[in-house]
Design a protein around this ligand. Structure first.
Ligand SMILES: *Cc1c(COP(=O)(O)O)cnc(C)c1O
Length: 381
């Protein structure tokens, strides 16, 4: 099955008891048993729920994986993955990371004796010198947030395999439509389904996809033991969003290309970050591992002034000033004070995340209107 068919059909069957074509919301906490221990596969809804099962099957298919496991949020999914580790274990991560992921690693898991190092992975060879006996996991975010660097998943996976290290890819920014890390040798894919997968900015949700049976059972155990599960209504909304994932991401990427070029030619705009530019340092890698170049674009102002950045941020009407990304509507954000406020300033500046950097999540509106909106805001400075 091709991607555009999987989004609609994978795991989704008409409800056997009524013929309902859409997956019902099984709003129940428990299930009747025929005799103790004899049941239809469902006992208690922390452990399993039929709406969630359909979503998990569908998500696994979208990532060409065997098993999907869903959580109440992207960070809850990440928390489950990090609980595979034990004190003394080390994790190597990309340095330009979603702020909440950085916070979970450094403020929560570091306390339990897990060590994290944050490095620039745009040059893959640089990873080798950070690997030690204790390294158990490499955490990749690609494209990165908000600098849109690209990490070569296949090359990192090769290095990791030779040291028996698990490779986790946070595939939120690309979405399964653009990039499938398991095919490139990753062990675990994680999504904040809050973003492109849900796509309508109306639900918080997270997912993990794996191939390995042992990893699946460890993660299922953590999911059930800890309980950070999504409710059936949220699973329904994600399933509904997925049906148009390919069309939404396709259009958003087309819009992003036009907007990235427009910004690049604008006299008041400084550097524009978008992996589709031929002079982007990882353009070739992006071309190799992504179907299109994504719908996130970041840029600086020519004069690098925070005051002018603030004028642009509050000057758009269609681009709403808000956290998050990946919805049908376009958003504008200021990473330094919003999504990345929990990252120390020295760390931010090291990766080029200046105080005047602006991040756009391009939606699926008519691109002419989006450009007109940006043009008016840029003319305020
Ligand atoms: C939003 C996001 C997360 C966290 O997901 P939540 O659903 O908000 O918990 C993790 N990684 C990336 C790249 C994100 O954008």
């Amino acid at each position: 099955m091709k991607f555009g068919t999987k989004v609609i059909h994978a795991g989704v069957e008409p409800d056997p008891s009524t013929g309902a074509i859409m997956t019902p919301i099984y709003q129940t906490s428990t299930y009747v048993q025929d005799e103790p221990g004899v049941h239809k596969g469902y006992e208690y809804a922390r452990t399993q729920n039929p709406t969630r099962t359909v979503l998990e099957t569908n998500l696994a298919a979208l990532e060409n994986g065997k098993h999907g496991i869903c959580f109440a949020s992207g960070l809850a999914a990440m928390d489950a993955i990090l609980k595979l580790l034990v004190p003394g274990d080390k994790v190597i991560s990309t340095n330009d990371l979603y702020g909440g992921s950085y916070r979970l690693m450094t403020k929560v898991f570091a306390k339990y004796g897990i060590d994290f190092s944050f490095i620039d992975m745009s040059d893959v060879e640089g990873i080798r010198s950070h690997i030690s006996e204790e390294t158990k996991m490499i955490w990749i975010e690609t494209p990165t947030n908000p600098m849109l660097n690209v990490v070569d998943i296949e090359e990192v996976a090769k290095i990791a395999k030779s040291h028996n290290i698990l490779v986790v890819v946070d595939n939120t920014f690309a979405s399964p439509y653009l990039q499938n890390p398991l095919d490139l040798g990753a062990d675990i894919v994680i999504h904040s389904a809050t973003k492109y997968i849900g796509g309508h900015s109306d639900v918080i949700h997270g997912a993990i996809i794996v191939n390995d049976e042992d990893l699946r059972s460890q993660l299922k155990f953590i999911q059930n033991a800890v309980g950070a599960i999504p409710g059936p209504q949220d699973c329904f909304l994600i399933l509904r969003g997925i049906k148009t994932l390919h069309i939404r991401v396709q259009r958003a990427c087309e819009n992003a290309e036009i907007i990235a070029l427009y910004l690049k030619n604008h006299s008041k705009v400084g550097k524009v970050y978008w992996p589709g530019f031929e002079d982007h340092p990882n353009h070739q890698v992006a071309k190799k591992q992504m179907k299109m170049f994504g719908a996130m674009v970041s840029f600086d102002l020519q004069d690098n002034s925070v005051g002018n950045a603030m004028k642009v941020l509050s000057g758009t009407k269609l681009f709403a000033l808000a956290e998050s990304l990946g919805g049908v509507e376009s958003l504008i954000g200021h990473p330094a004070s919003m999504t990345h406020a929990s990252i120390p300033k020295e760390e931010r500046l090291k990766v080029g995340l200046t105080d005047s950097l602006i991040r756009l999540s391009i939606g699926i509106e008519d691109v002419d209107d989006l450009i007109e909106d940006l043009d008016k805001a840029l003319n305020l400075i």
